[in-house]
Write a protein that binds this ligand. Structure first.
Ligand code: SME
Length: 198
């Protein structure tokens, strides 16, 4: 497998991520900023994702095999994020997404653009958070244990490479902090692969 065939130019990414970033950076009066101070509770996810960025950079250091790096990235996510039963990639080949490195149960291999959560995220070039997959029209069930899902598109500039997909057995598991953290991680990952002619 290689994402070589993913040459199609698509519009830039992710209003969801933008939304999450805007929310986090919006200016507020000093008193309110104090009231909304970072607590151990609301800072837990950002802290975890910050540590995952450091770990990912260390895993990628000196290695430029795309499949090996994607495999280690999925293993890092699967083993570090709580309540996740599947973490991995689908890469764009022509008009469909094809299964890449992942951790979890065996999954469906090919997903047409626009189908399932992955296909919709890829087609819309947006991060999609699904609190309850059973309420998502056209959701593709690969693992009966999955109840929530987040899908983050990967871009090389404006070119869509594929998606990162995470599943959880816990309804409502993923939120804007996950979207923001995962988008940062995929940005680090793709930046490392730049110049490989993917
Ligand atoms: N649920 C996904 C399919 C991939 S699996 O979750 C690994 C979807 O609806 O696109």
């Amino acid at each position: 497998m290689s994402p070589q065939s993913a040459k199609k130019k698509l519009k830039p990414r992710a209003s969801a991520t933008k939304k999450a970033t805007q929310k986090a950076t919006k200016k507020r009066p000093a008193a309110k900023r104090r009231a909304a101070a970072v607590t151990p509770e609301n800072n837990a996810k950002p802290k975890l994702y910050a540590s995952l960025v450091v770990q990912l950079l260390s895993l990628l250091k000196g290695e430029h095999d795309f499949i090996a790096n994607a495999a280690n990235f999925s293993a890092l996510l699967f083993n570090s994020l709580p309540n996740v039963n599947w973490a991995g990639f689908y890469f764009l080949q022509g008009e469909e997404l094809v299964l890449g490195p992942f951790q979890g149960n065996p999954a469906c291999v090919r997903i047409p653009m626009g189908k399932g959560v992955c296909g919709v995220a890829a087609q819309q070039c947006e991060t999609i958070i699904v609190p309850n997959v059973h309420e998502f029209p056209g959701h593709i069930a690969c693992d009966v244990a999955s109840n929530a899902e987040i899908v983050v598109p990967l871009f090389d500039g404006e070119r869509l490479l594929g998606v990162l997909d995470l599943d959880s057995p816990t309804i409502g598991r993923f939120d804007d902090q996950d979207a923001e953290g995962l988008n940062e991680l995929v940005t680090v990952f793709v930046a490392h692969e730049e110049g490989l002619g993917l």
